[in-house]
Ligand binder design. Structure first.
Ligand code: FES
Length: 164
């Protein structure tokens, strides 16, 4: 009669080597795995103050487009996007900053001096100099950076920008 539960010394050493190797491999491998996966589990997002330039750079009564680029890291992926806002200096100290995105389907609006209006090329919409809808499908005025989302600091116009 043979004992099916009997393990020879050789088999025991083989088994111990395999189990021991697996444990050591796991202990060594975990930090490497965490290092590799860590970026994929993180995404950078948030609000940031963007400088639009010194107040005196902006002509009173004329909306001026300011563009800037933001880079975003999402896991291993890094993307750069360009954004734009219109700065309207209404007086020596009074400034309004508009998003340049149409409130209909987010096409970029342009300031057309002859019409004294922001014009959206996508569906023929227009907004007045204060961002109010003059015509077309937009459901609301142009979005503004105001209150705690805009400031003038040391003579420089800044907005608190949040990537969507
Ligand atoms: S996106 Fe501007 S009118 Fe449609």
């Amino acid at each position: 009669m043979t004992d099916s539960h009997h393990i020879s010394r050789r088999d025991f050493i083989k088994l111990a080597t395999i189990v021991g190797g697996g444990v050591i491999g796991t202990i060594i491998g975990i930090p490497g795995l965490v290092y590799l996966l860590d970026p994929a589990l993180k995404s950078e997002q948030g609000e940031t103050w963007i400088s639009l330039g010194p107040l005196e750079n902006f002509e009173i009564g004329k909306p001026t487009l300011v563009t800037f680029v933001r880079s975003r890291v999402n896991g291993w992926e890094k993307t750069s996007s360009s954004y734009g806002v219109f700065v309207l200096r209404k007086s020596e100290t009074d400034v309004v900053v508009f998003s340049n995105l149409c409130t209909h389907l987010h096409c970029r609006v342009n300031w057309v001096e002859e019409k004294r209006a922001f014009v959206c090329p996508c569906h023929d919409a227009a907004f007045d100099i204060d961002g109010n809808v003059l015509g077309g499908p937009p459901p609301r005025p142009l979005d503004r950076y105001e209150g705690e989302h805009a400031k003038i600091e040391d003579g420089v116009i800044k907005i608190l920008f949040k990537e969507g």
